[in-house]
Write a protein that binds this ligand. Sequence first.
Ligand SMILES: Nc1ncnc2c1ncn2[C@@H]1O[C@H](COP(=O)(O)OP(=O)(O)OP(=O)(O)O)[C@@H](O)[C@H]1O
Length: 235
Amino acid sequence: MTDVLVVENLTRKFRTPAGEVTALKDVSFRIPRGEIVALSGRSGSGKTTLLNCVSGLDLPSSGTVMLDGQSVTGLDEAARTRMRRDSIAFIFQTFGLLPHLTIAENVGLPLRLRREHPELREERVAHLLDLVGLARRGGSHPDELSGGQQQRVAIARALANSPRLLIADEPTGQLDAATGAAIMDLIRAAVHAESATALIATHDNSVQDSADRILHIADGALRGRVGRGAHAMRP
Ligand SMILES: Nc1ncnc2c1ncn2[C@@H]1O[C@H](COP(=O)(O)OP(=O)(O)OP(=O)(O)O)[C@@H](O)[C@H]1O
């Protein structure tokens, strides 16, 4: 199976007034296409730093990140920004929808920014709203929807550009257990329907349970992997 993400020997140190902090220590792993990987770890263990380095928002002190065979760590800032726009989608705990836009406009925004033809854009938005079970809510505004429904919209928007990698940071953090489980089912279904791949940082056990594999990070280093599914023990 092709590896969409290849992370090798990633180390990230920060200089602080109190001295140097090593947020990531020699982290290596691979994610094949179609896999959903949960990244678990206590607060301060390095999850956000790892997501930032993977998506090119931050550069490691050493080590490499390859996305679909392209070096993220070898690109300049402008090229990393383009790569993020074209190949990576983000889902956040706080949904991140624009309140003055309708649900359909929120989902179509990445396509508008890419100057997609309006007819194709409408078609894709209708397909995505259908995929997340909100086909009839396209004309609503975010504040008319529940938290779980808003996260569904955020998932639809994240998939609009057919990203190679979906990165989620605590996507169920603001939802009750049942809604969180439903959101995770939806992420699974959507990732498979769109042939994407996902890396999800979370404290939520139910998210971890429904991932194909769990990477556990402590003090910036990957620890023995507790896994599920066919790739459970694969580094
Ligand atoms: N810009 C920075 N400057 C200095 N130290 C930083 C910086 N960013 C992160 N760190 C340190 O790196 C370590 C890892 O932080 P990180 O935010 O990646 O953890 P986390 O696992 O995402 O935590 P949380 O679950 O609370 O979001 C922490 O010790 C943090 O203080």
